[in-house]
Design a protein around this ligand. Structure first.
Ligand code: NAD
Ligand code: UGA
Length: 377
């Protein structure tokens, strides 16, 4: 079933490129897409079902154009953000602009026109678990660490720990969205993703970008370049990882069932795929040994680095992100299916194809890194 007219902000990013794969597969969908870049969606730029604007959604031009697009839209989806932890404490003003102020005019438009807004928030709005503030940091009681959309308090660290600028901006947007719903009748859905893993996340430093990307891309680049994996503070923090394919199934379930998904907050994650970051590093090198058929990867070096040295002052980690996904199961009929190992195998294979196999091919056959649409499916 087509969704209809879709305004998609941030459609050139990691999740945006995967969502476009799904939306443009369905005849009858028309996407009005916005992003600051197009590298990951190059293959769709000539598709008549995509009307792409390479522009800042906070610009005067965008406000004018979006007014018309929102008027004709069946749904507005917001993915636009700066969502890389390496930037939260080093460029907090840009982070606040991208995640909050640039978006505010669009929120107002959706409210005035009573358009359904699907906003991608983050698990980081939960901040740290209650457990992490207790003297023994006990994880014995799930009530103190399992994240429930409508019950769990949102706990962030002090202002000088600028890690929290992103989470704070995202929390304000959620509060704005909810206020527009309550006071102006705007229908909404808030999705809180928990570490989606798949091809095309961020960039690989030294290949198609510079800086510190999120952990999947960071570890992937280190493996490909045979450099040590950098493990922040010993890799004590825990994450639950969900395959991008399972995650996109959840988003499609939201889009296809407005009567069940509207005016709800949903965690989208996989509670069965929990690891410490150290375990993730060890698993990734083992999986890469299998993909490359090179047993030396089993002993690939993993170096400890302090958070202060790696991210700079003001970084503070989220200790644990264990989602309850009962709401998504009950209302959307969605359950994630892919194990962590399968997710890593498929994802890392796709990276290997793009950055090692295709990059080594003669120029005529080479596909540009990061553009490759070979997905983990
Ligand atoms: P991404 O960085 O790959 O994509 C975000 C895109 O937004 C980028 O392409 C960027 O150029 C664009 N953008 C930023 N500011 C813009 C502006 N002012 N105007 C136009 N475009 C702008 O990130 P992603 O992983 O695809 O995440 C998408 C959304 O999901 C974000 O809101 C993020 O906070 C949220 N999220 C993602 C994850 C995850 O696991 N990937 C987890 C939690 C939350
Ligand atoms: C990320 C980002 O904040 C957002 O994309 C998103 O909102 C959130 O995930 C989410 O999925 O909910 P985080 O998981 O902390 O947050 O970001 P990563 O950069 O992927 O880091 C994960 C863990 O790996 C952290 O403990 C980090 O310190 C560690 N790490 C990261 C390393 O040990 N080494 C690295 O090279 C990179």
């Amino acid at each position: 079933m087509p969704i209809g007219n879709i305004v998609l902000l941030g459609c050139g990013g990691y999740i945006g490129s995967h969502l476009l794969d799904r939306l443009l597969r369905e005849p009858g969908n028309k996407v009005f897409g916005w992003d600051l870049e197009h590298r990951k969606i190059e293959q769709y730029l000539n598709n008549p079902a995509l009307d792409f604007e390479e522009s800042n959604i906070g610009s005067a031009y965008a406000r004018q154009r979006l007014e018309e697009q929102v008027a004709s839209a069946d749904v507005v989806i917001n993915l636009a953000a700066i969502c890389n932890p390496a930037e939260y404490n080093t460029e907090p003003l840009r982070v606040l602009d991208a995640n909050l102020f640039d978006l505010q005019p669009v929120l107002r438009m959706c409210a005035e026109q009573r358009k359904w807004l699907i906003h991608f928030s983050t698990s980081e709005v939960y901040g740290r678990t209650i457990s992490s503030y207790l003297p023994d940091e006990s994880f014995d009681d799930p009530d103190l660490y399992v994240l429930k959309e409508d019950e769990t308090p949102l706990i962030m660290g002090p202002i000088r720990n600028q890690r929290w600028t992103y989470a704070a901006a995202k929390q304000v947007v959620e509060r704005l969205v909810y206020a527009y719903h309550r006071e102006r009748g705007m229908p909404f859905t808030v999705i809180r993703p928990l570490n989606f893993f798949g091809p095309r996340m961020d960039y690989l430093p030294g290949h198609d970008g510079d800086g510190v990307p999120r952990v999947l891309a960071s570890f992937m680049a280190a493996l490909i370049d045979r450099k040590p994996l950098q493990l922040v503070d010993g890799g004590w923090a825990r994450r639950t990882i969900v395959s991008i394919d399972d995650a996109m199934d959840a988003v499609m379930a939201v889009l296809q069932q407005p009567e069940r998904s509207q005016n709800q907050f949903f965690n989208v994650g996989n509670p069965d795929n929990e690891v410490t970051v150290r375990e993730l590093a060890e698993l990734m090198r083992a999986v890469y040994a299998e993909i490359t058929d090179d047993p030396t990867y089993l002993e690939h070096p993993i170096h400890d680095v302090s958070a202060a040295d790696f991210y700079g002052a003001g970084y503070e980690d989220c200790d644990r992100r264990m989602p309850s996904i009962e709401k998504a199961k009950a209302l959307l009929g969605w359950t994630p299916r892919k194990s962590l190992r399968t997710t890593l195998l498929e994802t890392m294979r796709a990276y290997h194809e793009t950055y090692v196999v295709n990059a080594a091919a003669p120029p005529a056959e080479a596909t540009g890194p990061a553009v490759g649409s070979e997905g983990a499916r």
